[in-house]
Design a protein around this ligand. Structure first.
Ligand code: DI6
Ligand code: FE
Length: 420
């Protein structure tokens, strides 16, 4: 006979769970707002949140583990939805050159920039790339990141792009963090295809992407739509191939100039368009209509000493969800702190602390297609959450680095020292 009780409820009305978390305020981030539950209760079963609310509303719980936080706040696990964490070498020498007055475009034209990282990445072994990326992930994890996206795009040959994507998959298997892999083969023109950008695009569409899809090595496809990278027409061919293969799309758009790549991406139902310093009101309207997330990257803006801010007011006006990410990469954003990006999103881009926090939780989840399982504290979602020794959520954004979380709960369990 079918039970009259929901599956986790004993006959007495007691809720059966694996662990119960009490004694802190819950910053749920539901619908993009703090939606604070003071002195909250959070019940976890099978790695999912099965109940949350106030002490007053709590049912009886039958649980093995009771954890009293003794104060502080709890947020969803932080999500860094745009990174390039797998790469060989570093570009501190170029950083120095730029400070001596050489522009990013000039460095790229001299064969530096992205291509110098491509050379270093091609030379590096799978194991070297894995170890270096793990080393860079450590500080992100230490500050409460439970989900991260990592792009390829420094290989630019079949072997090297596949090597990068396999490294990303291996990181996902070995580290206590949810990792989404994105194929960014259309990041720059490889030297082998100099003067033949259309041929490289055709190669990506006809050879590389089908192989990536066949081996399930990527969760999305990205491209760099810019004068010094690929045109909207070329990007559209990549999108068509991605659609044929059933892969979601993302796009680096309007970072240095306005080519309306963000509109193109939105018309293809992209998960996100990223950077967007030069986005227009029409771009924002088309993105809003398709639910494409605007991923804002203050690290690259800061490092390039950009002066054109992304049109946050227009995204707000038209209801475009805004995410914030590190863009961690060796050239334009050697950023290994998402907390710092939160502060920079407010000081440089004029986002509010609540918007910035939504940008690394619920809207970041949406930018990865994970909005139904991640990004907020809600019953039914994965139990990724972070306990902070802070009194107000805005404190997370206000401090420039500093205080680390007390406890990170990943898939329902306390995450130990990520360095071991
Ligand atoms: N935009 C960026 O800021 C990075 N890639 C991109 O498409 C820069 C990557 C690099 O310079 O290595
Ligand atoms: Fe990027």
């Amino acid at each position: 006979m079918a039970s009259l009780n929901p599956p986790n409820t004993a006959a007495s009305g007691t809720l059966i769970c694996d662990s119960l978390w009490t004694g802190a305020s819950l910053v749920t981030m539901q619908d993009g707002y703090y939606n604070l539950i003071e002195n909250g209760v959070l019940a976890v079963k099978d790695g999912l949140i099965i109940w949350l609310g106030t002490v007053a509303d709590s049912p009886e719980f039958d649980t093995q583990i009771r954890h009293d936080f003794g104060g502080g706040i709890v947020t969803p696990g932080l999500i860094d939805c745009h990174t390039h964490l797998v790469f060989g070498g570093d570009r501190s020498a170029e950083f120095e050159q730029r400070l001596n007055g050489v522009s990013y475009a000039e460095i790229a034209a001299q064969g530096g920039g992205i291509l110098s990282t491509v050379n270093a990445t091609r030379r590096a072994s799978h194991q070297q790339l894995f170890e270096q990326a793990r080393f860079r992930l450590t500080p992100l994890l230490a500050e409460g990141v439970t989900c991260v996206e990592i792009k390829s795009g420094y290989g630019l040959s079949d072997d090297s792009e596949l090597k990068m994507l396999r490294v990303i998959r291996e990181l996902a298997q070995n580290l206590p963090v949810r990792i989404k892999a994105t194929c960014l083969a259309a990041h720059a023109l490889p030297p082998e295809f100099k003067g033949r950008a259309d041929d490289y695009i055709a190669h990506i569409c006809e050879v590389l992407l089908p192989q990536v899809a066949a081996e399930h090595l990527a969760d999305a496809v990205d491209a760099f739509c810019e004068h010094l990278a690929f045109s909207p027409e070329q990007v559209e061919r990549v999108f068509q191939a991605a659609v044929r293969l059933g892969l979601p799309i993302k796009l680096h758009a309007e970072q240095l100039s306005s080519l309306h790549g963000s509109q193109l991406a939105a018309r293809y139902g992209a998960l996100s368009a990223d950077h967007l310093e030069y986005a227009t009101e029409e771009d924002a309207q088309v993105m809003a209509a398709s639910g494409t997330v605007a991923v804002l990257l203050p690290g690259a803006f800061y490092l390039l000493r950009e002066t054109q801010r992304p049109p946050v007011e227009l995204f707000r006006k038209h209801g475009v969800p805004m995410a914030v990410a590190s863009d961690a990469n060796p050239g334009t954003s050697p950023a290994l702190s998402l907390r710092l990006m939160l502060n920079m999103a407010c000081t440089l881009f004029r986002m509010t602390p609540e918007e910035a926090l939504a940008g690394v939780t619920c809207h970041a989840a949406r930018a990865l297609g994970l909005q139904h399982t991640h990004g907020t504290l809600e019953a039914g979602k994965v139990a990724d959450f972070v306990h902070w020794p802070l009194t107000r959520p805005a404190e997370l954004v206000y401090w420039l680095g500093g205080q680390l979380p007390c406890t990170v709960i990943y898939q329902g369990n306390i995450r130990g020292d990520v360095r071991s």
